[in-house]
Design a protein around this ligand. Sequence first.
Ligand SMILES: Cc1cc2nc3c(=O)[nH]c(=O)nc-3n(C[C@H](O)[C@H](O)[C@H](O)COP(=O)(O)O)c2cc1C
Length: 228
Amino acid sequence: MTSLLHIDSSVRAASNENPGHNSISKNIAIQFTEAWRKVHTTNQYIYRDVGMHPPEFINQNWIGAVFTPEERQTENQRVLLELSDKLIQEVAQADIIVISSPMYNYGMPAHLKAWFDQIIRINKTFDFDLSRGDFPLKPLFSGKTLVIITSSGEFGFEKGGIREEHGHLVPHLRTLSKYLGVDTIYEIAAEYQEFGDKRHTKSLNDAMERARKLGQELANKVGSPFRE
Ligand SMILES: Cc1cc2nc3c(=O)[nH]c(=O)nc-3n(C[C@H](O)[C@H](O)[C@H](O)COP(=O)(O)O)c2cc1C
């Protein structure tokens, strides 16, 4: 059985009364997941829209609970960690993770960061050992594939692009992905939304097409760990 975890994070819905308000990142992600699921109809599919339903922000009590050994946790602390436990379980099960994200203020939405903050947790998704020297954190999961789907109003955030130094969305997702156990990453980006010109149309069409092809390609991968 193969498990696909799909995380959307735009605060906009995929479909609105005014289609001009439809989330671009969510609609590209739909192209990917539909193509993938056509091949893998019996597989497990978990969906979360953290843009519409953001996980709670962590707080001081949450950190206190995380650093309390399980056998000493109070009932309140266990309840406080329930959401985190559930989100981590969903990541643990996933073979492939699709994260769609708008660029907000040159990075990810706070909603998506809240999801990562609930998941990247000591002794659950990483362990910490000072005997490892300058790199004491070690991820505990491995072998997962991540598809990063982004939409931005401006353009040129890629390596060598005119706004490379302002592109904090994909680099941040790449850094955090290792704590999800990701070792293979694919990127799909639609740009130019704020320009609304031919460049945007092309960028969007290319991203949609690439998402469809990648969905099929990963689903059909010969000898892939995704195959049952
Ligand atoms: C709050 C907010 C902040 C934004 N910040 C940026 C930004 O820093 N850089 C950029 O290129 N576009 C920015 N945009 C434009 C969005 O990235 C663009 O509209 C994108 O298509 C949104 O994703 P969605 O269509 O999936 O909702 C911002 C939009 C909003 C609503």
